[in-house]
Design a protein around this ligand. Structure first.
Ligand code: PEP
Length: 240
């Protein structure tokens, strides 16, 4: 299976900055053997989709609502993402859960809706430091998967990103042993549920730790925040 290297740009990069990044990244795409996906902010989505035309770079958004249109002020339409040529939707990122109060029930509806459009949901799961220290990691991840995938179609593509909350944007990366152990757990939960999905690791992935992490059991690629904002660092990660 091809590795997947995804960049979550959060609330960074204007349309002009997006175009400039993509034009440079297209030049180095030849060195990448895996699949590359960028999640720009919704306002830069059209610029990103236009800029990657003719290349293998894939695009998605960081959140989309459960309906195509309607009185949902401030939301994104996955239908429009599809029309613009986007292929992925990030769902349930820890910042969506903790800052915007997204529940597992809402996340389950989003996953199902995105799949119904023929787009690929990238479902983010992860435990807090408190939950890890209390040895609740397995239970937390199992619950997030059981609830988040409750309405998902097992026959349609889905990607899971394991992102320990304590490692996101903190510079504190999970150790290779923690990644191997947790990815093995996530893989076995998914298998028991009847799902086959690539499992990406996310949380302070950088060029100097990516090589070690990619070798761990059931690591099918990375979801990268900070280090995906620069062509050079993301290229290094995507060519490990
Ligand atoms: C993320 O935003 O999903 C993420 C993993 O961020 P960072 O790589 O900066 O920790």
């Amino acid at each position: 299976m091809k590795k997947i290297f995804a960049g979550n740009w959060k609330l960074f990069k204007s349309p002009a900055e997006t175009r400039a990044f993509m034009s440079k990244f297209k030049e180095v795409m030849g060195s990448v053997t895996g699949e590359v996906v960028f999640f720009p902010s919704a306002i830069s989505l059209e610029a990103a989709c236009e800029a990657v035309k003719g290349s293998a770079i894939k695009i998605g958004v960081q959140n989309a609502y459960t309906q195509a249109s309607g009185a949902f002020t401030g939301e994104n339409s996955a239908q429009v993402v599809k029309e613009l040529g986007g292929q992925y939707i990030l769902i349930g990122h820890s910042e969506r859960r903790s800052i915007f109060g997204e529940t597992d029930a809402l996340i389950a509806d989003k996953v199902a809706y995105v799949q119904s459009l023929g787009l690929t949901p990238m479902l983010c799961i992860g435990e807090t430091l408190q939950e890890r220290e209390a040895t609740h990691t397995f239970r937390v991840l199992e619950t997030q998967l059981l609830l988040g995938l409750a309405k998902a179609d097992k026959a349609k593509p889905i990607v899971v990103a394991y992102e320990p909350v304590w490692a996101i944007g903190t510079g504190k990366v999970a150790t290779p042993e923690q990644v191997a152990e947790t990815h093995t757990d996530v893989h076995s939960i998914l298998t028991k549920m009847g799902f086959t999905a690539p499992i990406l690791y996310g949380g302070s992935v950088k060029p100097d730790n990516a090589g070690q992490l990619i070798k761990q059991a059931h690591v099918s690629g990375f979801l990268v925040g900070g280090a995906s904002l620069e062509v050079d660092s993301f290229q290094k990660i995507a060519t490990v």
